[in-house]
Structure formats: structure tokens, C-alpha cells
Design a protein around this ligand. Structure first.
Ligand code: SF4
Length: 502
């Protein structure tokens, strides 16, 4: 049941901004970029199916959400700041009629967190409107922006996603059809882009030549078969769609009344799926490489135990993402698995806490140690990554206060030493604790009895896939798509360019 409450008004959102801070109790994890969803299903309530798809993809971005539907050539679009469940109500969804829908849930990577930057991006072309939802990040936005401005395109937002939409429009306005126009536009884009693009004629699903961000195809019903696109398979499961296959790197799938047609728009494809999707970002019940990420994460824990066993009384994971690896660690080491931390599932954004005591124990807003489980114990705590280390330090303090006599930290990925430019917000390099400190120094800073990370080889071997088919640049600095110098300097590079209002 979708609550029939109005979407958050701009006014309300402005008030909220005054008290939301990125203080030290905020998430100490890399932030995901976006979730995308698309469906072609005449006769179905495509807006509601998209709502549920986005609901399952909410972990990929919590800043804004949007849905565009196509009813012939007419487009209905609704987007706003907030969670999917806050933005949409039954009454809003009932206005989004049509046979095609494109949805998006966003965390800002390029372009700041403002309503104008919410997606899908809607652009007019010679063949009608297109609505584009993007997961990833382009690295050649400065160049692309200059090209578009020269052509007198009025860029309304500061997002790379809008630029891709305008690049497609530019090709179509020059005489191309939907497929030609999109394929030509993608040749001008560098970086990571998994896209769902709605048009009056059909919906397309696209991945960049490296397939850095995921995108899957599902089927719904049998006579006729309808097709669905989603960032992860959990977005298919929730609406009862069957997983068919991934959109391949450099592929464009075009879904119309005739079914699904595949085009290889890039001849230079080389799969480089983001390994962080496997370790942390994607939901554990999503399939990648035809198995659940829960299984992969358990293997990471098994390997971690083999590489850095320590004697202890119990092992537990940092909820939720550290839990499968902690179970794997327990299986492989024989150290009993227990729950040592309970997560408050209803904490959303972190607000300034009203008292000093609350601020100091900010971590307990989200995670509360189980004192009777921890008291007098030597514990192994497993997490999937350490980025800045602020949350980890608080966690260790809280465990000791709860009576743990030894705290050993194990991390189911290697040290994060480089920032990501492909759609994940991993901070600047100087804010990454492992970029400037050795494991021993980090161990002292976190005040743990021992600290060990999983090896890079261990992380890749646990995939049981070709290690070359993953991007692991945030652990190595070996970026599969070259990063221009000026892009390295700032995440919000476009904010410095004047925004041209249409
Ligand atoms: S740099 Fe890291 S987070 Fe970014 S795509 Fe590569 S593996 Fe993923």
C-alpha cells in the first residue's frame, strides 16, 4: 500500500536542509550513485510498477526520486527531493499514466543535491520528448558541455545526465533516428553510464563500453512478454519479473511493441564491472555473475579468515553489509558467529543531535552494542570497508564500553586509497584514511587490538571470474577510463561553470 501523503514540498525541504549536516556521525561509507528502472508494458500500471522497482533500489540513492511515463507522445513527469516513499503517493502515481515508464532514484555525484538536478531528465527532440535516467558519472563533462553550449543548447541543470540527453537530442535533430542518434551520442561520452531512456516509440537500456555500473533485463508475463530494465535484479524481483540477462557492456537494447532488439553501439567493449558493487553497494539478494551477492560476500569472509585468522570468542559483522562476510569468517575460522550490534532500521539522515552526550555517542543512533553478548569477550568485528575511519573509531569505543576485552577488526576488501570518478562518492584522496596512513597507523587510530584487510588478490579470486573483468581502481589507482586532470581536482566541477537557465 502506497501512503497517500503529499510529496515533500520545497518549503519543507528547505527547512530540513537547515538541520541536516554531514557531521562526523554521518555515513562513513562510499555513497552509491543512482538506481534506474524502465518498463514497456501497455495495459499495465507502469507508474506503480516503476514505483516498486525504485523502492527496491532505494539503497542506491536517497536524495531524490522521479518517474516519467509516456502516453503516446505525451509525457507525464514527477520528481522531487526525498525517498521514493516520500516523493510519491497513490494520487500522484495515478496521474502518471501511459505504457512506458522510466524511473530514477538519485545520490548526487556530478551536480549538487538540488531539485532541479533530480531525474529523469526530460529533453525535447525532433522525434518527440525523451526521458533519461542515468547511473554513473561521465569524466569528459567539461568538453561535452562546451560542445552543447556552442550548439546553443540551454543546459538547465548541472548534471552530466542532462548532457547525455541533449547529446542524443542534438544527433536526432540533425536527422538521425532514435537508435542512430543515441549510438552517435554515446560515442561522445566517456566514463560510466548505465542508462534507461524513454521515448514515445520505445524504451532503451544502455551500458558504457566497460559496463562499470550494472543494468539487467527482466521479463514480465508471457503472452505477450513485456520487458523491464533495472539497476539490480532486486528491482525485478519486487514486481515479479524474471531475470533474463544483463545488458552487456557497449550494448543498447531497444524495447518496443515488437519485443527486444539488441545493438552493439561500441566496438571497444571490455567489461570492467565496479567491484565495489559486489562488495558493498548492491543489495545482497541481487544477482551478479548469476549468484547472489550474499554468497560472494560470504566467500570474502572465508578468505579473510584464511588470510588473517585471530583467536577470539565471537565474530560479528557491522550491520548490514558486514554480516555475510562475518558469517563466512566464522565458517572458515570456527570462531562462533553472534550478533554484537543491533541496527536501528528507522534512522534516515543524520541530524545534529541535541546534547553533547548524544553527539559523542552518535553511532548508537544507528548501531547499538549488545552488552551481554560482548561483555568479557575477545571479539572480531567484520566490516566491508573503511573510508574515513570516523565511524569505525566510534564503533570500537562503543564495543569496549560494552565490555569487549579485545577488539580485532577485519575488513572484507583492501584499503581504499583512491577516489572514484565513475559515479561513487568516495571523498577526495586526502580524506581516505588508507591513502595517507599505513595499516598499523590506522590500527592505532581506531584503537583496535589488531586490524587486517583482505588482499586485492583475495577479493578478486573470490569472484571466481576473470580478475581483468572488474574495475578495482579505488584500491589500485589503475583507472580503466582515463581521468582528465581537471576532473581529478573536484567532484563538483560543473558547479564552477555558469548555469544557463532555459
Ligand atoms: S573506482 Fe572503485 S568504486 Fe569506482 S567504479 Fe572502480 S571499483 Fe567501483
Amino acid at each position: 500500500m502506497i501512503p497517500d501523503s503529499p510529496a515533500i514540498s520545497d518549503n519543507h525541504q528547505e527547512q530540513a536542509k537547515d538541520v541536516i549536516t554531514a557531521d562526523e556521525t554521518s555515513s562513513d561509507k562510499p555513497e552509491e550513485a543512482c538506481g534506474v528502472f524502465g518498463i514497456y508494458a501497455p495495459g499495465e500500471d507502469v507508474a506503480k510498477l516503476t514505483y516498486f522497482g525504485l523502492y527496491a533500489l532505494q539503497h542506491r540513492g536517497q536524495e531524490s526520486a522521479g518517474i516519467a511515463t509516456f502516453e503516446g507522445t505525451h509525457v507525464h513527469l514527477y520528481k522531487d527531493m526525498g525517498l521514493v516513499s516520500q516523493v510519491f503517493s497513490e494520487s500522484i502515481l495515478s496521474t502518471l499514466t501511459g505504457s512506458i515508464a522510466v524511473g530514477h532514484t538519485r545520490y548526487s555525484t556530478t551536480g549538487s543535491s538540488r531539485k532541479v538536478n533530480a531525474q529523469p531528465a526530460l529533453v525535447e527532440t525532433r522525434l518527440g520528448k525523451l526521458a533519461l535516467a542515468h547511473n554513473g558519472n561521465l569524466v569528459n563533462t567539461v568538453h561535452l558541455r562546451e560542445e552543447l553550449l556552442k550548439q546553443k543548447y540551454n543546459l538547465i541543470t548541472t548534471t552530466d545526465s542532462e548532457m547525455i540527453a541533449f547529446a542524443i537530442a542534438q544527433e536526432i535533430d540533425a536527422g538521425a533516428n532514435w537508435i542512430e542518434g543515441a549510438s552517435q551520442a554515446f560515442q561522445r561520452c566517456q566514463g560510466a553510464f548505465s542508462l534507461v531512456v524513454g521515448t514515445p516509440s520505445g524504451v532503451m537500456g544502455v551500458r558504457d563500453p566497460n559496463g562499470i555500473r550494472p543494468l539487467v533485463i527482466g521479463t514480465l508475463g508471457e503472452h505477450p512478454v513485456r520487458y523491464v530494465l533495472a539497476s539490480e535484479t532486486c528491482g525485478l524481483d519486487i514486481i515479479g519479473a524474471e531475470y533474463l540477462r544483463d545488458v552487456e557492456p557497449g550494448e543498447l537494447v531497444w524495447i518496443t511493441e515488437e519485443g527486444l532488439t539488441s545493438y552493439q553501439w561500441s566496438q571497444k567493449q571490455q567489461r570492467k564491472l565496479c567491484i565495489f558493487e559486489m562488495i558493498y553497494f548492491a543489495r545482497p539478494d541481487s544477482l551478479m555473475q548469476e549468484e547472489s551477492l550474499y554468497s560472494y560476500r560470504m566467500r570474502l569472509g572465508q578468505r579473510l579468515a584464511q588470510e588473517s585468522y585471530t583467536e577470539a570468542d565471537i565474530v560479528f559483522g557491522v550491520p548490514d553489509s558486514g554480516i555475510p562476510a562475518a558469517i563466512g569468517f566464522s565458517q572458515s575460522s570456527g570462531v562462533p558467529y553472534r550478533e554484537g550490534l543491533i541496527k536501528n532500521r528507522y534512522v534516515g539522515r543524520t541530524f545534529i543531535q541535541p546534547t553533547q552526550t548524544m553527539r559523542e555517542s552518535g553511532i548508537r543512533m544507528k548501531l547499538n552494542p549488545l552488552k551481554d553478548v560482548l561483555y568479557g569477550k575477545r571479539v572480531v568485528i567484520v566490516d566491508d570497508s573503511i573510508v574515513r575511519g570516523t565511524t569505525s573509531r566510534k564503533l570500537v569505543k562503543a564495543l569496549r564500553e560494552a565490555g569487549a576485552v579485545e577488539v580485532h577488526m577485519r575488513i572484507s576488501s583492501p584499503p581504499v586509497t583512491h577516489p572514484c570518478f565513475y559515479g561513487i562518492d568516495t571523498d577526495n584522496q586526502d580524506q581516505l584514511i588508507a591513502a595517507t596512513k599505513s595499516v598499523e597507523e590506522i590500527s592505532k587510530l581506531l584503537e583496535v587490538d589488531s586490524l587486517a584487510y583482505l588482499s586485492w588478490q583475495g577479493m578478486l579470486e573470490a569472484t571466481r571470474e576473470d580478475p581483468e573483468s572488474f574495475c578495482s581502481a579505488c584500491f589500485t589507482g589503475d583507472y580503466p577510463v582515463a581521468i582528465p586532470e581537471q576532473v581529478k581536482r573536484s567532484k563538483l566541477i560543473l558547479e564552477k561553470a555558469p548555469v544557463v537557465l532555459g
